[in-house]
Design a protein around this ligand. Sequence first.
Ligand SMILES: NC(=O)c1ccc[n+]([C@@H]2O[C@H](COP(=O)([O-])OP(=O)(O)OC[C@H]3O[C@@H](n4cnc5c(N)ncnc54)[C@H](OP(=O)(O)O)[C@@H]3O)[C@@H](O)[C@H]2O)c1
Length: 238
Amino acid sequence: MKKAIIIGASSGIGRELAKIFASNGYEVGIVARRTGLLDELKAEMTVNTYTAAIDITNTDIVIRSLEYLIKEMSVVDIVVISAGIGYINPELDWSKDKETIDTNVSGFAAIAGTAMKYFAQKKSGHLVGISSIAGIRGSNECSAYNASKAFMSNYLEGLRKKSEKEKMDITITDIQPGLVDTAMAKGEGLFWVAPPKKAAKQIYKAILKKKKKAYITKRWAIIAWVLKIIPDFIYNKI
Ligand SMILES: NC(=O)c1ccc[n+]([C@@H]2O[C@H](COP(=O)([O-])OP(=O)(O)OC[C@H]3O[C@@H](n4cnc5c(N)ncnc54)[C@H](OP(=O)(O)O)[C@@H]3O)[C@@H](O)[C@H]2O)c1
């Protein structure tokens, strides 16, 4: 039986993804801080489900806890890192920026590195990171969030290069959602907001296809393309 760990499975995209993995016969390991929500999800599952209460900002503990969860599950094929936070923070409040960096950069890198080392020793595996379209360009209102997502995408690209150069059978997938209807989608004038279930279905398909990168939902590829080519003098006025 295949096994997957989803970090950030208590709500939103990660929660829907955990349900999809389970409905496709995977045993799942579900990780987050809100244990009540993890227990509720576990109660809904018809497959073996392992829960771990981990705050990923605590990087010393996160590495040991992830290693422990992997041991408990005995073998793991896929690790998905969906955990993340973000603030609209035009006033540059450091506590908000620090929390974003601690979670989306330090927490993410600690997990990604631990999963990569585990897959290298196991000689196969699939690491999936949920970054964002936001990582393509800087933001005047959420500078730390956009920068943290750029870090994620770049880090994942680095791990993919490592896997290919060292001829490891490890797939690295960078999922870049546009907008998904979760607690994370904040602000006004939101458009093309996808239901979390629809987003998770598309993410699951991209994982099965072992894609290097996927925009979620698919039409966000158009926005990604525009963001990449738009010159600064226009981008800075939007
Ligand atoms: N929604 C969007 O429009 C959108 C767009 C692009 C990218 N994304 C990305 O998609 C990912 C999932 O977000 P979502 O939209 O599903 O939002 P969400 O419902 O708020 O889910 C965030 C998940 O991350 C977990 N998490 C946050 N901080 C954590 C920490 N310190 N330790 C452990 N777990 C932590 C949360 O669990 P606990 O609070 O229980 O710990 C929760 O399970 C995020 O990385 C986000 O940046 C979202």
